[in-house]
Design a protein around this ligand. Sequence first.
Ligand code: ADP
Ligand code: CA
Length: 422
Amino acid sequence: MPQRPKMVLVGQLVTAPWVFDAAQRVGVDVVLVPWTGTDMDAARRAIAVTEVLPLDVETDPDGALAALVERHRTDPFDGIMAGNELVVPFTARAARTLGLPGLAEEAAAVVRDKRSMRQRLTEAGLAAPRFTVLERQEDWTDALTLRFPVVVKPARGFSSLGVVRVDDKEQLEEAVTSTWELVRARAGKPAETGGGSGVLVEEYLDGPEISAESLVHRGRVRVCAVSWKGELTGPYFEETTLRAPARLPSEILAAVEAEVVAAHHAFGIDEGATHTELRLVGGVRPVLLEMGARIGGGGFMHHLVQGSSGIDFAAETVRVHLGREPLCWTREPEAAGHAAAYLVPVGTGGTFRRLRGLDEVRVDPRVDHVAQAVLPGTVLRPYPAWSAYPAIVLSHHESDAEAVRFRDHLARTLHIEYEEQG
Ligand code: ADP
Ligand code: CA
């Protein structure tokens, strides 16, 4: 019997099962390089994982790569794939060094830095808000020429950490200072895995938010699903819900697709899966916020794609990383129904005790999966800081209206209980 292909999966949290399950469906063995803090027993128990390779990618990417090269020489891998936003550049470098399919290193660097994404969009003539780059905290006055409200964010951030809306010029200095402090807290990490400085101030895009999940193979891009995130007006941007397919007129969907495909070309993204966030300015004009060169949401965007379009997104992504053509290139899947995700809000933050209401939600026939990544005793910080998503509920529905009603039901039912203070 021929050997099963072997894929290295870098930094995938084991509390997010979608890529592991997909590897199983495709028939691939997973060599898991666990993310910092992962429980080793849980890592070994994850579906499709045949080996756990603990490498310090986050703080010693060079050492981690050397270890992969050594291993590859004696027992070659067939693919390598990023499991979280911060390892996208490392994974691209590893893919090139090992001679495996993957994202171009330059493209990986572009999408990990909001400055270069904005520059590339502007150069390509695509829509982008006016922005100012602050290389030093004291340069904040440079941003006073922008039209307010503005949004202040780390240039190399993630998960809306340190992202804040500022309405008045008088509040700008304070906002830049506090975002800069969050950036500084990560400054010790290598730039390759999310360290590095710089803050961006850009004009606020007024309109609902959507996300687009795409597959890319040999430069060809397919937008597989567009999800509705709704009105997020700030001052902090905690995501709580997504629904797919987004209920939008076909001409707006076509404009979204055109913008997203063109952005892939502008960024040089030619291989893999992507997660693109956009605003619909005035409800109609798509403007790209950012793109991640990976399956969004640590993997759960697979659920929204599959539940709406019928495309087995995570499995297709695994195929692409093995150098294979996605099945949906030649075979049209049957459109499914409506899918939704609900991210339980952190609220005030504190020491996590338990999530009330979860037992009832788990047995609801509309619920497909509840992902819980936080153990009792974990300190959850409120936005604009960020530590973890406490829990994510994934569901399927007959209609978008039913998905909206279910979201309201979850908001009433699920509450985080924190330890008493003092
Ligand atoms: P991160 O990498 O931390 O997710 P984003 O640029 O995606 O950073 O910003 C996080 C969220 O903040 C976005 O999803 C959006 O809701 C909001 N946001 C960021 N920039 C803008 C902007 N220019 N206009 C309106 N909202 C914005
Ligand atoms: Ca984002």
